[in-house]
Design a binder for this molecule. Structure first.
Ligand code: HAM
Length: 413
């Protein structure tokens, strides 16, 4: 019988890799709390209609990539492909919104999209996600971008590109969509890919984002959203840029940035890197005024972003894990129980370390001590057991060793 293996596109994160995720999460906690964000944990499984209503039926995420299945009572459930929809649903259900009140949440965790796995693209991947409810101002979008860049700086990633655009609002976008449709009509429809031929009718903006080279070429001279913004959207976008300029954040204006989810209005942004292969987007976000209301919630604006942790982990590269404080080498079976109790006393003092469970040769124990990366090797054999001593070997420096009274050693820590 074939052995059971993990599912394609799903990964196991062993300690060295997992340490990168813990590091990113702890930096995010520190940075985000400075901006008044609190953690929200939402379920991984949600009703399918939540994503259909929020992300949009015609997006790749909803149309092609969701892990959707019926539960035992034949209700359609979906493994969350992103966090925003669930956070919005939780916020609405909490009934905590009051006009004028701003709520800020961050969330970490696995997301699921049935995409073709490749470097930086998994079917189960992890996001660090932040959302702000109740702030319609461009200043809130700018603050999010400042928080995102502070976080990226804190984890040591400094040379990333921020791409910025405004997608207009429910007032000015219809005219822009019409201008796009007119432009597409001036081209030979047959030259667009099948998806784009459909999107021209259902979601003309998404054609701008197509990766197929012929489509890219065809939309090269398409009208730009930034030439169609209404006065309010112009001012909103100017506020975002003024703050970013003032704070010294470098960004590129990309009037073709449309993002893959349907809920965005006004500000949208992406952080990209050319150092991780073809999946260049390490973070993305934007404003989604109207989404909360469309999910039967209050009239409350929203804005947010998410970072892809797998892609950030690729950029972080290898990280040295700090070694433990001690390795307790048992070199006589008779000392095994005493060693375990001594190790427990060391850990009660706050030290980190491992103990070999039974006695073994000095050579094999030293090999294990070296491998563990411990700063100190403690040796407990027959002689030490009888004399109530412990041999302490410095694993760094000149590898000095001395035999000390066991109780006195513990008391001196
Ligand atoms: P998104 O652009 O779909 O936005 O995803 C955000 C980030 O998640 C991407 O920039 C990428 O780094 C990572 N990502 C997406 N798919 C994969 C994958 N298959 N494998 C590895 N990483 C991936 C959102 O999800 C929005 N909810 C962001 C947001 C929050 N907008 C407002 N609030």
């Amino acid at each position: 019988m074939a052995k059971v293996q993990k599912i394609k596109g799903f990964a196991d994160l062993f300690p060295e890799e997992a340490a990168k995720y813990t590091f990113m999460e702890s930096c995010a906690r520190k940075v985000f709390s400075r901006y008044g964000f609190g953690e929200l944990r939402t379920p991984i499984l949600e009703k399918t209609e939540l994503f259909q209503k929020s992300i949009g039926e015609d997006t790749d995420v909803v149309g092609k990539e969701m892990f959707t299945f019926p539960d035992r009572k034949d209700r359609s459930l979906t493994m969350r492909p992103e966090a925003t929809a669930g956070v919005v649903r939780a916020f609405i259900e909490s009934k905590t919104h009051q006009p004028g009140l701003i709520s800020k949440f961050f969330t970490f965790g696995p997301m699921f999209r049935y995409e073709r796995p490749q470097k930086g693209r998994q079917r189960q991947f992890h996001q660090i996600n932040a959302e702000v409810f109740g702030a319609p101002e461009g200043q809130a979008d700018a603050e999010l971008i400042l928080m995102l860049t502070s976080f990226l700086n804190r984890i040591g990633l400094k040379s990333l590109t921020v791409e910025l655009n405004s997608l207009g609002c429910h007032e000015c976008r219809p005219a822009y969509k019409q201008a796009l449709v007119d432009y597409y009509k001036s081209k030979d429809k047959a030259n667009f890919c099948e998806d784009c031929r459909r999107r021209m009718e259902t979601n003309p903006l998404r054609v701008l984002d197509c990766k197929v080279p012929t489509c890219k070429e065809l939309v090269k001279d398409a009208p730009l959203i930034t030439d169609h913004l209404c006065a309010d959207c112009e001012t909103h976008f100017a506020d975002v840029r003024t703050i970013l300029d003032g704070a010294g954040v470098t960004y590129t204006l990309n009037p073709r940035l449309v993002r893959g989810l349907d809920y965005y209005v006004r500000t949208c942004f992406e952080v990209t890197s050319l150092d991780i292969g073809s999946q260049t987007s390490v973070a993305g976000g934007g404003r989604y005024d109207g989404l909360i209301q469309s999910l039967d919630g209050p009239d409350c604006p929203g804005t947010g972003f998410a970072c892809g942790m797998e892609r950030l982990a690729l950029l972080l590269g290898e990280r040295e894990l700090p070694g433990p404080d001690f390795y307790l080498a048992v070199v006589d079976d008779a000392a095994a129980n005493e060693a375990m109790l001594f190790a427990q006393a060391l850990r009660d003092k706050g030290l980190t370390g491992e103990v070999s469970f039974s006695g073994g040769s000095m050579k094999s124990r030293m090999r294990a001590a070296n491998k563990s990366g411990a700063k100190t090797c403690l040796i407990l054999g027959g002689a030490e057991l009888a004399d109530k001593t412990i041999t302490v070997k410095d694993m760094a420096g000149d590898k000095d060793q001395e035999t000390l009274d066991r109780a006195a050693y513990l008391a001196g820590l």
